[in-house]
Design a protein around this ligand. Structure first.
Ligand code: MLT
Length: 240
């Protein structure tokens, strides 16, 4: 039987065997939710960068540049990191370079994987169906916050483990832990995530709608993957 595991922080990834695995990178608030939204709205490709300067330099290559640090939009960039920014019709068929505090770091740390898939609640069922069809073992990598574990990514991991429980065996205890947490909290997900540390950070920046939107389930039947350094769509898209 294929196996699934959960890495609760990018700072723990060295403890996991990544080669030959599909790594699902998740950053619910808000990096991977933005990436899924952009591709669902017709963005051609999203190139992730851990480095601010490398991302900024992509402007001269004709990319839109997007990013945040500590939740706040990077001054001088075209976009911040709100999923609503990624719905702009101006971005249709365009390419975006993006850098975020945690999400793009998690993608960078997963490069040894056989494939990197972008996951969030907005496309969770599409990701689950895709993983069931593949032969590879899977690892869910939570972006967390500066190396620390966060609530929303862990709950996503629990929800995905639950959807895959008949097709994947748990490789260690983390899948059990996050699944139990999700089962216990799924009835009141939005309210609980609103009390999370990053939601509070975003509230201080007067950001509320993004949180509610990023907790919506299955708005998009899409599977974004990293291909030649860019995040693109693997399967058909259903734009709203
Ligand atoms: C991150 O990478 O930490 C997040 O995407 C931050 C944010 O968007 O607020």
């Amino acid at each position: 039987m294929k196996t699934i595991d959960v890495c609760l922080s990018p700072d723990l990834i060295h403890l996991f065997e990544v080669k030959n695995k599909i790594v699902v990178v998740v950053d619910i608030l808000r990096a991977t939710s933005c990436m899924a939204t952009g591709l669902a709205y017709g963005v051609k490709a999203i190139r992730p960068f851990a480095s601010l300067d490398e991302c900024r330099a992509m402007k001269s290559e004709g990319y839109f540049i997007a990013g945040e640090r500590n939740g706040d939009k990077v001054p001088g960039f075209d976009l911040g990191n709100s999923p609503f920014d990624y719905m702009d019709p101006l971005l249709k068929d365009k390419s975006i370079a993006v850098t975020t505090t945690n999400g793009t770091v998690a993608i960078e740390k997963s490069q040894e994987a056989s494939q990197i898939v972008i996951g969030c609640f907005l496309n969770i069922s599409a990701v689950a169906e895709y993983l069931k069809e593949q032969e590879n073992d899977a690892l869910i990598l939570c972006a967390g916050w500066k190396g620390k574990v966060n609530m929303e990514d862990s709950l996503f991991a629990g929800a995905l483990v639950e959807k895959l429980q008949n097709d994947f065996a748990n490789e260690c205890d983390a899948p059990l832990l996050v699944q139990a947490a999700y089962q216990d909290m799924s009835h009141n997900l939005l309210a609980l995530v609103q009390s999370s540390s990053h939601a509070k950070r975003l509230h201080k920046l007067n950001i509320y709608e993004d949180i509610e939107y990023c907790l919506k389930m299955d708005l998009y039947n899409i599977v974004p993957v990293l291909k030649d350094g860019e995040i693109v769509l693997l399967q058909e898209t259903t734009t709203p």
